[in-house]
Each structure stands twice: as structure tokens, then as C-alpha cells.
Design a protein around this ligand. Structure first.
Ligand code: FEO
Length: 393
């Protein structure tokens, strides 16, 4: 049975939700699932906005058939070629061979990379428009949000932005299509998927600010109406790499508990001094996509690692790599290292973090040899005071 939802008189949701996926992009856990959104506009000409992931093909084609009714499919707009949305392009053209694909030149090139079929394409550039009858669609390029071929579409008639990956979120659609924004999952989606491309997101935000937008239809997650302002505010902060909140993220790796003990004591001392916003993760057990999202949220990051094979312990190394590769900026760091005979990981973490714009180190590396000793408590108190004072600024 089809499962289509009317958004307006002539716009229909025909996407699907996936609650079986173990890892999105073979990388990210999605405990609440994920949705692959697709929309059909039924004007004098019909327009399909993107397809869905291969895993949802049966449901998608039932939905498309039901939504089209007796109409033929005139256009397939491809906003983004990543296969979670573009997997079924060839199948659509096979079933509806008269359909013309509307996409950027880069997307056309990628269609040829991913597939091997003949198609008619209408290549569009920044600001090009397509009149479908009552609706006038304007195409806006959004390169690197999240791939280079990406564009978004603004429906001038209904003031709707089809935003591709932008403003998307992890989490399946559980009945409610609108304004069901889970900020934690939206942040985790943004930071892990698009976080590296803050500058390009800023460019899209500037273009979008010039449009009068009443509804945003992204390719993942909830459709936005009342939450548009909130989503713009969050996207602005995330893409400028500004913390959302003054607070302390504590991430550590500990083999036998010596390093963990220091971080536990430090966290307690922060709390005793009135710091409420503290999040703590053992990186050997935490979901690193969650910790990366928290790193984008908080102003201060304490990293503690044991030295292992003369380097940073593996699970902390993964987190460090994630911070670097996602271009996190403007954070205040405290570094704690442990080494029973040769503590070197603090310097290595520092050397990596120094590459990030706006990084500030609040302490000399705090070093323990195997376990924290009583004579180091004053030094630890100094670190705590430095963090507390910095949070007040
Ligand atoms: Fe949802 Fe970049 O694909």
C-alpha cells in the first residue's frame, strides 16, 4: 500500500523512513532511524524532487505511482547525487522514460559516474527558473552542502525551500511531518555530515536570507514551518563554529582507570564551583558522532588520554581526528596526559589542535605518571580555576 501525505493541495510527501539501518553512510548509528524525503509537485507539469535510498525502493515507487495518478512525470529535480537520495534515478527514468532530469552540470557528470543509462537533462545554473504552471521554481546553487553538485530549489509561488541535505536531521518520520525538530539529532546530523563545510553553509544561509521562506522541505527529517527561525539560528552558529553554550565537554581514554580518575575528580571540582553544564564521555565506549556534536555545542573541551605506543590512545585519536577533519574552531582546550614511563600524548594532541583556527589552550599540559598524586591537587585546582574563570568571560 502506498503511504503518501498531502503537504499542500499540489505538493505530496512520497518519502520513506528506515528504522533498520545499522549505520548511516556506513559510519553513523541512527537509533531513531532516518528518513529519505522525496516530494512530488502536481502542477500543470509534474515535478519529482529527488528519489530515495535503494533500501526503500518498493515503497517509494508505490508512493510515486499513487501520487502521480493518471499524470505523467515531467521533471525529476536532482538536488544532490549522494545515493541516499539518488539511488533510484535510473529506475525512475526506466519507468517514466519521458521524464527530463533537472540538475546542475556537476550533477549530470555524477549521474554518468554512478549510472550507465541515457537521459534527457535540463542543466540549470544559479538563479535559473522553471515554470510548471502555477509554480515558478528558482534554482540556487549550494556547492559543498554537502557535495559539490548540490543545489536547492525555491518555489516562489508557495515560498517553499527544497533544501537538499541542509536543515536535515537524523530520525525517522514518526507520523508527524512538521516541526518535529530534535535539536540534538539535527546537530549530530549537521556536525558529522556537513560540519566541515561551514563557509559553504554560510554562503547558502546568506542566499536563503534573501528569500521569503515559509516552509523548508529537507531531504532528511522533519519539514520546517514554525521552526525555521530556530533552524537558521542553529545553522548560523554551527557553521560559524561558535559554541551554543558555555559548558565543558570532557572526553577521555583510560586503560586502567588512572586517567579516568583525574577527569572524574576534575569534573567534581568544576561542579563544586557551580559549573552546571558538564558532559563527560569515555571515548572507548562513547559514540564518537555524539561526542563530535557535543564538541560543536560546548565552549570548553577537556581531553585526557593515556600514552599508548608512544602516541595518543586509539579511541582518543579517533576523536582528535574527528575534531580536526570537521574543522572545529574557536574552542578552549585543557589537555591532560598520562604516561607510566614516557608521557608524550599531550604534546601530540596539542600539535594537532593548534592547526584549528581560534584554538586556545587554557593550561600547560597536565601530566600524571600512572595515577594522580596528592601533591598534584594544587595544580589540578589551578586548572579547574582557570576553566571556571574562563567560563565567566
Ligand atoms: Fe543525505 Fe549528502 O546525502
Amino acid at each position: 500500500m502506498h503511504n503518501i501525505r498531502n503537504i499542500t493541495d499540489d505538493l505530496i510527501y512520497i518519502g520513506c523512513s528506515d528504522r533498520k539501518l545499522a549505520l548511516f553512510e556506513s559510519a553513523y548509528k541512527v537509533p531513531d532511524g532516518v528518513s529519505y524525503n522525496s516530494y512530488l509537485l502536481k502542477d500543470e507539469k509534474t515535478v519529482l524532487f529527488d528519489t530515495v535510498d535503494k533500501s526503500c525502493d518498493v515503497q517509494f515507487f508505490k508512493n510515486l505511482k499513487a501520487a502521480l495518478g493518471e499524470n505523467k512525470l515531467d521533471y525529476l529535480v536532482i538536488h544532490h547525487m549522494e545515493p541516499d537520495h539518488a539511488a533510484l534515478i535510473e529506475d525512475v527514468i526506466e519507468k517514466y522514460p519521458e521524464t527530463k532530469i533537472v540538475c546542475t552540470a556537476k550533477a549530470e557528470q555524477m549521474i554518468k559516474q554512478f549510472f550507465d543509462f541515457d537521459f534527457n537533462a535540463l542543466i540549470v545554473k544559479e538563479g535559473d527558473t522553471l515554470n510548471t504552471g502555477k509554480h515558478e521554481l528558482q534554482f540556487v546553487l549550494a556547492p559543498m552542502v554537502h557535495w559539490p553538485e548540490v543545489m536547492v530549489t525555491y518555489d516562489k509561488t508557495t515560498k517553499t525551500l527544497f533544501s537538499a541535505d541542509a536543515f536535515g536531521s537524523f530520525g525517522a518520520i514518526s507520523g508527524n511531518l512538521y516541526d518535529n525538530l530534535n535539536i540534538d539529532e539535527a546537530r549530530r546530523y549537521y556536525t558529522n555530515i556537513v560540519g566541515k563545510y561551514g563557509m559553504q553553509v554560510q554562503m547558502l544561509l546568506k542566499k536563503a536570507a534573501a528569500l521569503d521562506i515559509e516552509m523548508i522541505c529537507p531531504l532528511h527529517g522533519t519539514i520546517l514551518k514554525n521552526d525555521i527561525k530556530l533552524a537558521f539560528e542553529k545553522y548560523n552558529k554551527w557553521s560559524l563554529y561558535e559554541p551554543e553554550e558555555k559548558g565543558v565537554l570532557i572526553a577521555y581514554s583510560s586503560v586502567y582507570g588512572g586517567t579516568e580518575n583525574v577527569l572524574e575528580i576534575l569534573a567534581g571540582k568544576l561542579a563544586d564551583k557551580g559549573v552546571k553544564s558538564i558532559k563527560m564521555f569515555n571515548m572507548s565506549y562513547a559514540d564518537s558522532s555524539i561526542v563530535l556534536a557535543e564538541a560543536f555545542k560546548y565552549s570548553h573541551i577537556v581531553m585526557g588520554s593515556t600514552t599508548y605506543n608512544t602516541g595518543v590512545f586509539e579511541s582518543m585519536h579517533v576523536f582528535l581526528h574527528q575534531i580536526i577533519s570537521h574543522n572545529l574552531q574557536n574552542r578552549k582546550f585543557v589537555l591532560i596526559e598520562n604516561g607510566s614511563w614516557a608521557a608524550t600524548c599531550g604534546g601530540q594532541m596539542r600539535a594537532e589542535l593548534e592547526k584549528l583556527k581560534g584554538t586556545e589552550f587554557l593550561n600547560d599540559i597536565f601530566c600524571i605518571k600512572s595515577t594522580l598524586k596528592e601533591e598534584q591537587i594544587t595544580e589540578l585546582d589551578n586548572v579547574v580555576n582557570t576553566i571556571v574563570n574562563s567560563l565567566k568571560v
